[in-house]
Ligand binder design. Structure first.
Ligand SMILES: C[S@@+](CC[C@H](N)C(=O)[O-])C[C@H]1O[C@@H](n2cnc3c(N)ncnc32)[C@H](O)[C@@H]1O
Length: 178
């Protein structure tokens, strides 16, 4: 801890001191910890919705981008950039820093998740981490389009170094460089 830059240390301490009822969902806390491990992490989230995850991760980042087909600008934390468009367009137009961490949680069809994954591979920084949400549906019912959808199929195909948290709704972390 003493080797951390003072501003990183303050942010870290603020995070771990948060009361349990102010913590985010488990996957967002994992993402926040990963973001903290990169100096001034550049974070990209595909599918912002109510901003539940991005609001937990953003305090651990230096640059934050969120993309959603719906207008979720108001859900984005202060200082972040919102891209109101489909993820295919976002990846085609992206002009931010190469992201250290990309969280893919937009369209949950197999084809969309696959495209988001492949597009993220193109822009990710060397040594970056890709995170896929909803990769562990737990039961047939949970593969409904409004729950985990078909992202689990993509998880099975990824050959790169990966780890999956096998708890509903699932989170798969991929390190393309390893
Ligand atoms: C499950 S919610 C995201 C939840 C958010 N990541 C969180 O953890 O708090 C999925 C979001 O993806 C958006 N979405 C669906 N298809 C998309 C696409 N092709 N491009 C961008 N956003 C998309 C939806 O509008 C919705 O807000």
């Amino acid at each position: 801890m003493d080797r951390l830059h003072p501003s990183s240390r303050r942010r870290w301490m603020a995070k771990i001191r948060r009361a349990p009822d102010r913590r985010g969902p488990w996957w967002a806390e994992i993402l926040a910890g990963i973001a903290q491990s990169y100096p001034a992490c550049c974070y990209v989230e595909i599918g912002v919705e109510h901003g539940t995850s991005v609001s937990v991760v953003a305090p651990c980042c230096g640059e934050v981008h969120g993309c959603d087909v719906a207008d979720r600008a108001e859900a984005m934390p202060r200082g972040s950039r919102f891209w109101h468009m489909a993820s295919d367009d976002f990846f085609a137009r992206y002009d931010g820093s190469p992201p250290d961490l990309v969280f893919i949680d937009g369209g949950h069809s197999y084809a969309q998740a696959r495209r988001d994954y492949e597009n993220a591979l193109r822009i990710i920084a060397p040594g970056g981490t890709l995170a896929l949400h909803d990769t562990w549906p737990e039961s047939e019912d949970a593969t409904a389009a409004d729950l985990c959808g078909e992202v689990w199929r993509l998880r099975k195909e990824i050959a790169a170094h990966k780890v999956t948290f096998e708890t509903f709704p699932g989170l798969t972390l991929v390190r393309p460089d390893e």
